[in-house]
Design a protein around this ligand. Structure first.
Ligand code: PNW
Length: 474
């Protein structure tokens, strides 16, 4: 059992960048406005049976129309950065060709609104809303998508490349590849391990090509990064190390190695040889993927515990993924994911801040010259709205406790020498939680989906105090 991490008073210093994060499809709504084309998440969410309750992002938090109000909210909370994503189908409705001026203008206003309030823009180019037209041509199983992505990156870089502080190419390519094409839990909902591994490579290639394209057009010396949901894998028993090697390979090293070392892990290629021959990796691709990055973005929520299944009894697969008929782990059929000890969030994800400390320290040891940023951390809980006398209140003590413990973990990692530059809490507001629709609330601000009113939860006020004082509140 880990130390409880419930510290207060720890000082993060002046330079640490405290912010919060969202993503386009999860908050914007206005899916058919100003020339936006359809994305794979429009298609997926409108397909019966894919998303809880038939929820879609059609309206979401209506952020597209409430951007000024949301900017004012960020300012009131004292955010120093805002991590948002750009919807590719607003910029290029079919994924290639002419830029759509209205789409560029929206993000132009957002970035100017942030700068006017002293908030640093952290822009993610791809948080899962692939133009549907590109999916119809093969999506991430096609290498053409990587080259289309570089074109899109160039268009956005030309427009915003004088004002964005941090560019992130992709958000969690693990999810795009394995949940999108392997398990079927995310758009486009395919269940084919070979497709998932092809998607891994084309996402890696897209990252490299986009960094190269952005570097050519930006003018303000920003930082370039990628955001990964690296898995913190705990081994169990005598076969735990073997199982952990496989899962760390598929989840972590298959992204980190090409991007930061210019190689694919040989053991992962061997483990998956029966699934794919990796012929989608062409000569020269690894050099293209291996672009210098200034920052690794870390999304952290929880941990997994693994061992090899001994073939007897029912295989345990408590990896937290909805079973849509495929697998998120091609070539790792023999791995068991054990039920984690609690406590849990409303997602059923175990709460373990030691995983964040371990992950940050491990990354720092592997890549000592690359600074880190927590680009997502936060929790869904079943919030209750109560009458506070002068209006509705959400006393989300569990979320405050979750954040306190994870900020403590981050601080401990820093005390151990990790160069951690900032922390973007997921999420600024309740939003469309992918396959779970609006049933899971991650916000530090509540969204009333009837009135679309924003109500800062107690966690938002707690976070505002942390930002103001630089210390974890008592
Ligand atoms: C991340 N999984 O998603 C995303 O970057 C956010 O958009 C999302 O809202 C947040 O975490 C909370 O879920 C994930 O199944 C979705 O392992 C699913 C998984 C991991 C991350």
């Amino acid at each position: 059992q880990s130390a409880d991490y419930r510290d207060s008073g720890l000082d993060f210093g002046r330079d640490f960048v405290f912010g919060s994060a969202t993503a386009s499809y999860q908050i914007e709504g206005a899916v058919a406005e100003d020339g936006r084309g359809p994305s794979i998440w429009d298609t997926f969410s409108h397909t019966p049976g894919k998303v809880w309750n038939g929820d879609t992002g059609d309206v979401a938090c209506d952020h597209y129309h409430r951007v000024e109000e949301d900017l004012d909210l960020m300012q009131r909370l004292g955010l120093e950065s805002y991590r948002f994503s750009i919807a590719w189908p607003r910029i290029q409705p079919t994924g290639t060709g002419e830029a759509n001026e209205a789409g560029l203008a929206f993000y132009d206003r957002l970035v100017d609104g942030l700068l006017a309030r002293g908030i640093r823009p952290i822009a993610t180019l791809y948080h899962w809303d692939l133009p549907q037209a590109l999916e119809d041509a093969g999506g991430w199983t096609s290498r053409d998508t990587s080259f289309a992505f570089a074109e899109y990156a160039r268009i956005v870089g030309e427009r915003l490349g004088d004002r964005v502080s941090v560019w992130t190419t992709l958000n969690e390519p693990w999810c795009s590849a394995y949940l999108g094409y392997g398990s079927g839990a995310h758009a486009p909902g395919h269940t084919d391990g070979a497709e998932a591994l092809a998607a891994v490579h084309h996402l890696n290639l897209a990252h490299g090509l986009a960094v190269r394209a952005l570097r050519e057009v930006v003018t303000n010396d920003p930082e370039f990064s990628i955001t990964l949901n690296l898995h913190v894998v705990r081994p169990d028993g005598p076969t735990g190390a073997e199982a952990a090697r496989r899962i760390e390979g598929l989840a972590n090293r298959v992204f980190l190695d090409p991007m930061l070392r210019g190689t694919y892990p040989a053991d992962v290629m061997e483990d998956t040889a029966a699934v794919t021959d990796w012929s989608f990796v062409h000569d020269g691709d690894l050099e293209l993927i291996h672009q210098p990055v200034d920052l690794i973005g870390v999304n952290y929520y929880s941990t997994v515990t693994v061992r090899m299944w001994d073939g007897s009894g029912e295989k345990v697969v408590a990896d937290g993924h909805k079973d849509m008929g495929g697998t998120a782990w091609p070539g790792a059929d023999g791995v068991e994911f054990l039920q984690q000890p609690g406590p849990y969030t409303a997602m059923g994800w175990n709460i373990d801040p030691s995983g964040l400390e371990d992950l940050l320290v491990s990354l720092h040891e592997q890549f000592p010259d690359t600074p880190l940023m927590v680009t997502e951390n936060g929790a869904a809980f079943d919030d209750e709205v109560v009458d506070g006398g002068d209006g509705p209140r959400v006393h989300d003590a569990e979320r405050i406790d979750y954040l306190r413990r994870h900020f403590t973990a981050a601080h401990r990692a820093m005390a151990r020498g990790v160069d951690l530059r900032g922390y973007q809490v997921w999420s600024l507001m309740d939003n469309f939680e992918w396959g779970y629709g609006y049933s899971k609330r991650f916000g530090i601000v509540r969204v009333d989906y009837e009135t679309l009113e924003r109500i800062p939860k107690d966690s938002a006020l707690w976070y505002a105090e942390l930002i103001r004082t630089r210390r974890i509140p008592g």
